[in-house]
Design a protein around this ligand. Structure first.
Ligand SMILES: [Zn+2]
Length: 70
């Protein structure tokens, strides 16, 4: 189980979707459109679930820290 993290198509920043899933569930919903509010662009991006990647908790925290530091 991990959280789905997407990449902003404009800035390349990671966007936490808050969706918690696993690889089996993700395989079943991969074609579903996902609306994400992007804090970088202050707009909503619509992406497919398959565009996201699964991040476990420790990894997502590691990705958040550099953002806070910058
Ligand atoms: Zn964006």
């Amino acid at each position: 189980m991990g959280s789905l993290v997407f990449q902003c198509p404009t800035t390349g920043q990671a966007i936490e979707s808050g969706i918690r899933t696993d690889s089996d569930s993700l395989a079943q919903i991969r074609w579903l459109p996902v609306k994400l509010f992007c804090p970088c662009c202050r707009t909503v991006h619509v992406m497919r679930a398959q565009d996201g990647r699964l991040a476990d908790k420790s990894r997502s925290e590691a990705e958040i820290l550099p953002r806070l530091a910058s």
